[in-house]
Design a protein around this ligand. Structure first.
Ligand code: SAM
Length: 448
C-alpha cells in the first residue's frame, strides 16, 4: 500500500490538487524506513492545503529528521495555516530540545500559532521555566490566549463545602414573589438558578412599564442581569427574549424611534462576564404582526421602506467558567440524564418558527411551545428555572409540567393575581402547591 502511495505521488500532475489531497488524506501510519521523499517534495507545492497535508504526514514519522525543515517552513511560509501546521508538527515530537523554539513562537503575531506553541509547551507543564513563561501570558492582549492560561494556571478550585450543582434550595421551589425583581434578587444566595429565560419589558413600547429614558431602561436591565449572573450556577445559561422596538411618533411632524434593544443589551451582558453562545431567531407568521409595509406598498419610494418585523431574538449566554459543558452534564446522575434526553422533532437550525400567543389580560405572553423548547434544550429535570419578569407566568407553568422547579418575580399586582387565577385551579389537584408571596413574606421565609 505504502509503495502504491509512493508511486502515485511520484510523477503526479501537480495541478491536480483534489487528487493529491485525496492521496495524502489516505496515508495512515508511516514507519521510519518509509521513503517519504515524494511527500517532502510537496512541502513547496503551490497549494497551502497540499503543504498542510504534507507536513501532517511527515509529522507522523517519529524522529526529528524533519524538525529543521518544519522550522524553516514556520519562518518562511506565507500561509498562516501552513505555519501553524509546522509548529503543531514540531509539538507532536514532544521533545524538550524544542522548548526554546516554542518560547520564541509565543510572540508570533497570529494568536492561533501562539496557541499551538502554548499547547506544545503545556506538555512540560510543571517545569519552572515553562510555568513562569506561560503564566506571564495572562496579560496577553488576545482573549483566547488569556482564557487558556487562566484555565491552566488561575482556575479557582471549587469549594468542597458548596452544595452539589443539581441542588435546589427548598424555599425557592415553585415560588412566585410579588415585588420588584431588583429587591427580590438581593435576598437570593449566589449560584441558585440553573436557567433563566425571560422577556424583559419592551422599553416604553407596551403598557406595563415606563422608564424616564432609554439609558435609564438599559441601566435597569444592567442591574437586574448583574444579579442574575451572581445567582446563576457555574456554567449555566441565560436566555433573553427581546427585539428592537418602535416608540411611535408624537405627531406627523416627528418621526417614530426604533431602539435596538438586543444589540445594546448584548454589550452590557458581555461586560458582566456572560459568554455569548447563540442567537436564536424566533420567527412569527407575517399575518400575526403589525403591518408596517402598507404605506410602502402604495408609494414604493426608496428610503421609506419599512418591512414587517416577524422576528424576535432569543440571545443565549452562559455564565463564565473554565469548565466544559461536559462538566455541567456530569453533575447529574444517569437516570436524570436519560430522562431529560431531548425528544425527536427538535429544531435543527437557529430559526424557530412558532406562532405568538395573544391573551386577554397580558399583552406580551410567551407561547407555551417557546418555553417548552428552551426548557427542554437548556435544563435537566429537577432544575430550578427563573423568570425575573414573569407576567402571566407561562414559564413557571411550563417548567412544572416538564418536571422542573420554578421561581418567578412580577411587580404588577394585577399579573400576580392573574397567575394565581389559573395556578390555583391546577394546584387543587396537586400535592405541591405553588407558593405565592409578597416580598416581605418571602424575606421572612428566607430567614427561617
Ligand atoms: C414582557 S412581559 C413578560 C411576559 C411573560 N413572558 C409571560 O409569558 O407572560 C414583562 C413583565 O415584566 C414585569 N416587570 C417589569 N418591571 C419589573 C420589575 N422591576 N420587577 C418584576 N417584574 C417587572 C411587567 O409587569 C411585565 O409583566
Amino acid at each position: 500500500m505504502k509503495e502504491e502511495i509512493s508511486l502515485s505521488l511520484n510523477g503526479l500532475d501537480n495541478s491536480n490538487i483534489a487528487y493529491i489531497t485525496s492521496i495524502l488524506e489516505k496515508i495512515g501510519h508511516i514507519s521510519v524506513d518509509f521513503d517519504a521523499s515524494p511527500i517532502v517534495g510537496l512541502l513547496t507545492h503551490f497549494s497551502p492545503e497540499v503543504r498542510v497535508l504534507a507536513i501532517k504526514n511527515l509529522a507522523k514519522i517519529k524522529n526529528d529528521i524533519y524538525i529543521q525543515k518544519f522550522i524553516e517552513i514556520y519562518e518562511n511560509d506565507t500561509s498562516s495555516i501552513v505555519r501553524r501546521e509546522a509548529v503543531s508538527a514540531i509539538g507532536r515530537q514532544r521533545n524538550k530540545k524544542n522548548i526554546p523554539f516554542f518560547i520564541r513562537v509565543l510572540s508570533d503575531n497570529d494568536p492561533k500559532i501562539a496557541c499551538q506553541a502554548i499547547r506544545a509547551l503545556l506538555i512540560f507543564k510543571g517545569e519552572r521555566l515553562i510555568d513562569e513563561t506561560l503564566k506571564l501570558l495572562i496579560n496577553h492582549e488576545n482573549e483566547m490566549i488569556k482564557a487558556v492560561i487562566s484555565k491552566e494556571y488561575y482556575a479557582q478550585k471549587t469549594d468542597k463545602n458548596t452544595k452539589p450543582h443539581s441542588f435546589v434550595p427548598e424555599q425557592l421551589k415553585d415560588v412566585i414573589v410579588l415585588g420588584d425583581v431588583k429587591d427580590v434578587l438581593k435576598t437570593i444566595k449566589e449560584e441558585s438558578f440553573h436557567l433563566t429565560f425571560t422577556s424583559p419589558p419592551y422599553y416604553n413600547a407596551r403598557d406595563y412599564s415606563t422608564y424616564e429614558s432609554y439609558e435609564a431602561y438599559l441601566s435597569f436591565l444592567e442591574t437586574v442581569f448583574k444579579e442574575v449572573y451572581r445567582t446563576t450556577k457555574e456554567g449555566r445559561f441565560l436566555i433573553v427574549n427581546t427585539s428592537p422596538v418602535i416608540v411611535p411618533r408624537i405627531s406627523r411632524t416627528h418621526s417614530s424611534k426604533r431602539y435596538p434593544i438586543p444589540f445594546d443589551l448584548h454589550t452590557i451582558l458581555i461586560k458582566q462576564g456572560w459568554e455569548f453562545i447563540d442567537d436564536i431567531v424566533w420567527e412569527k407568521p407575517e399575518y400575526s404582526v403589525k403591518n408596517r409595509i402598507g404605506g410602502f406598498q402604495q408609494h414604493r419610494k426608496p428610503l421609506a421602506y419599512k418591512p414587517n418585523s416577524v422576528t424576535e431574538y432569543l440571545m443565549v449566554y452562559r455564565k463564565k467558567t473554565d469548565k466544559l459543558l461536559d462538566w455541567n452534564i456530569h453533575q447529574y446522575d444517569n437516570d436524570t440524564i436519560k430522562s431529560s434526553k431531548v425528544s425527536d422533532g427538535f429544531f435543527t437550525t437557529n430559526v424557530w418558527k412558532i406562532c405568538p400567543k395573544s391573551d386577554k389580560v397580558h399583552s406580551a405572553i410567551f407561547p407555551i411551545e417557546l418555553c417548552q423548547k428552551v426548557i427542554e434544550y437548556y435544563s435537566y429535570k429537577g432544575d430550578l428555572i427563573f423568570d425575573p419578569f414573569a407576567g402571566s407566568g407561562t414559564l413557571g407553568r411550563t417548567a412544572k409540567s416538564m418536571d422542573r422547579k420554578f421561581f418567578l418575580t412580577e411587580k404588577e399586582p394585577k399579573y400576580f393575581e392573574y397567575m394565581k387565577s389559573f395556578l390555583d385551579v391546577e394546584s387543587l389537584l396537586e400535592e405541591n402547591h405553588t407558593k405565592f408571596m409578597t416580598l416581605d413574606e418571602f424575606k421572612a421565609k428566607q430567614g427561617e
